[in-house]
Write a protein that binds this ligand. Structure first.
Ligand SMILES: C[S@@+](CC[C@H](N)C(=O)[O-])C[C@H]1O[C@@H](n2cnc3c(N)ncnc32)[C@H](O)[C@@H]1O
Length: 286
């Protein structure tokens, strides 16, 4: 069945800024997509930059997207199902923020709303107004980023939320909160699985903590490598982004893996001098 997104006012884009987000890398990633694929899997969804690009180019694409961050997955499903309510709630945040940004920010950061709509608008509000616009939680899973310095943050991007909602309503898109390894139960020959995990640190000090209250360990990377091999032997197309680190390249030595160094611009780094171009790896079996 063909889906039509023609009536969208804008092309949907990530509704949150996410550490490791792939928006700036879309020109390179799109060159590396296969001409055809079965289902598109994105098990480390984050802001979903590549997902939205794919949905705009291939409106009848079947997609199975997931992430382990339950707050983030809830935001996707709530925007899909209740976009207008999320917008109303965000407008309310925006109005209150303008009255006293500091005290309002910290009151919302400390709050623990019950409803899905309030949880979602809290996540977007904090993401828009916090320092560096990143999502980071401590070991107890509590959002711990301080207030950012913005004179007029764009808290309610109404058109984008409506566009995101509309594309997610497609019956061909399914959204889950789960560990990345679950893709093995669903992916079949000719499906594309794009892995964009939390990156292996290139140095001891470069580790970013953390999208969820569990960090991504070296054992997780080994688990991911094994999974890539299993998917490869099932005939799936596999593409993986990671840091240009020896730990990563040493795990993908078998001949089916093509390793490309690509230039990336890391936009989330607390030190603005480190937000410069650097290499990262794109690994594929097709
Ligand atoms: C580098 S980000 C993905 C960025 C995304 N490609 C974008 O464009 O915004 C990595 C994501 O992996 C998720 N994650 C961490 N551990 C996971 C796991 N074990 N299984 C599934 N997702 C996980 C994090 O919550 C985070 O959203």
């Amino acid at each position: 069945m063909r889906q039509h997104f023609d009536q969208l006012l804008v092309s949907p884009k990530p509704f949150v800024k996410w550490a490791g987000g792939k928006r700036q890398l879309i020109p390179v990633l799109k060159e590396n997509l296969p001409d055809s694929m079965g289902t598109y899997f994105e098990p480390f969804l984050g802001g979903g930059a590549l997902l939205f690009h794919i949905l705009m180019k291939r409106s009848s694409q079947r997609c199975r997207i997931s992430d382990l961050n339950s707050d983030l997955v809830l935001a996707y499903t709530t925007i899909r199902d209740k976009a207008s309510d999320v917008i109303i709630s965000l407008k309310n945040h925006s109005k209150n923020y303008q009255k006293n940004s500091k005290s309002y920010y910290y009151s919302i950061r400390d709050s623990n709303p019950r409803s899905d709509i309030e949880k979602t608008s809290r996540l977007i509000f904090l993401n828009r107004t916090c320092f560096n616009g990143l999502y980071r939680v401590n070991k107890k899973g509590k959002f711990n980023v301080p207030l950012g310095r913005y004179s007029n943050p764009n808290i309610v991007n109404e058109e984008n939320i409506l566009a995101v909602s509309q594309v997610l309503q497609s019956r061909l898109v399914s959204i889950q909160c789960q560990d990345f390894e679950a893709v093995l139960d669903y992916a079949k020959k000719n499906d594309l699985v794009y892995f964009d995990p939390p990156y292996q640190p290139v140095s001891e000090t470069s580790n970013f903590t953390s999208y969820t209250n569990k960090s991504f360990t070296y054992d997780d990377l080994k688990r991911l490598t094994q999974l890539c091999l299993k998917l490869d032997s099932k005939g799936c197309k596999v593409m993986l982004s990671n840091s240009n680190s020896k730990e990563v390249s040493d795990m993908f030595t078998e001949k089916q893996w093509k390793l490309k160094k690509i230039t990336a611009n890391r936009s989330i780094n607390s030190n603005s001098k480190k937000r410069t171009g650097h290499f990262e790896l794109l690994i594929k079996n097709f």
